[in-house]
Design a protein around this ligand. Structure first.
Ligand code: COA
Ligand code: MG
Length: 295
């Protein structure tokens, strides 16, 4: 991934059934960084072929402005997977998101099915199976030899397989979430948190968005436009963080501090590692302002 691609804002990624024409039309004006046209769980079996056609038509029609457009396909172990992948490869969205990968062999298999897609089309995978929990490192490592560039946590499917309860603090999922972020970072992948199922409880949504930022996720997948404002705000660097980052950068650039490894900035210690963090945060904030200016 180039630095510009890596710093591209991906605070919010809104799923919608590709079969829902109204939602797809609306997506072109919604304040989402990423639009995920779903062919999988949100689409009933009898609607699968129509949803596939609608997703391809939407990608070809374009009009999504700065939003990244992703098609989530059905798995290759279903009657629709191979056709979905062929259609998605031909349409050439920003990425194709594939479900239920268990190991690196799965990543390579999906990657082969996308061999006819434009090189700009990336492979994103769901992390949502019990098996994947034990292959995170090798799945992430496959990024070096495939199109893989991002992970999306599928907490609903993981909870289902685990027979786990989705408690408000998400305690049953903390090990998976932490290790997934670690594996993603180790191999340079972008990583998005799972959805919040409760459409109306916005206070709970805000709490899990903050938790997602605390974990280090780049952004969060969402199921309803009502969740966009909170998610975008929480996943944007705060004005205080941006101001602090500028102060750290200025301090390290000051001639009197040349050659120093640690400084006092606004009463706090800043080391060279904080300088790198500050530079990244400012780049992300700038990318977000650029994104907002494009509507
Ligand atoms: N994307 C875009 N627009 C959406 C949307 C979404 N995910 N969810 C709702 N909307 C739109 C509706 O079309 C409606 O538009 P309108 O006011 O122009 O008619 C408006 O937002 C209000 O919708 P609302 O009545 O609150 O939603 P609903 O009760 O009809 O639908 C869901 C609820 C959960 C079925 C719907 O939000 C949805 O399909 N979400 C995505 C599910 C999904 O993709 N899951 C897969 C990954 S987990
Ligand atoms: Mg799933």
């Amino acid at each position: 991934m180039t630095t510009a691609q890596a710093n591209r804002p991906r605070r919010s990624a809104l799923y919608m059934p590709a079969s829902n024409a109204k939602a797809v039309e609306k997506a072109r004006t919604l304040d989402a960084d990423v639009i995920i046209l779903d062919l999988e769980d949100a689409v009933a079996p009898e609607m699968k072929p129509a949803a596939r056609e609608a997703a391809v038509a939407a990608v070809k029609a374009g009009g999504f402005g700065p939003r990244e457009v992703v098609i989530r396909v059905n798995g290759l172990d279903t009657p629709w997977g191979a056709d979905d992948l062929a259609a998605a490869a031909e349409a050439g969205p920003d990425a194709v998101l594939v479900p239920k990968v268990n190991d690196a062999a799965d990543v390579r298999l999906y990657d082969q099915h996308l061999s006819a897609a434009p090189t700009s089309t990336r492979l994103w995978t769901m992390i949502e199976t019990a098996k994947a929990a034990f292959h995170l490192w090798e799945i992430a490592e496959a990024a070096h030899s495939t199109r893989l560039s991002a992970w999306v946590m599928g907490v609903n499917d993981f909870a289902k397989e685990m027979r786990a309860r989705q408690t408000p603090d998400r305690a049953p999922f903390l090990p998976l979430l932490t290790l997934s972020v670690a594996a993603a970072r180790a191999h340079g992948l972008m990583i998005l948190d799972g959805v919040h199922n409760d459409i109306e409880d916005l206070a709970a949504l805000e709490a899990v968005c903050v938790q997602g930022v605390d974990f280090g996720f780049d952004g969060k997948t969402l199921i309803h436009p009502k969740h966009l404002e909170i998610c975008n705000r929480v996943f944007s660097p705060s004005p205080e963080d941006v101001a602090w980052s500028h102060a750290v950068i200025a301090a390290f650039n000051a001639p009197e501090n040349a050659g120093k490894g640690a400084l006092r900035v606004d009463g706090k210690m800043a080391e060279r590692l904080h300088l790198a963090q500050a530079e990244r945060l400012v780049a992300v904030a700038q990318a977000i302002s650029g994104r907002s200016a494009q509507g």
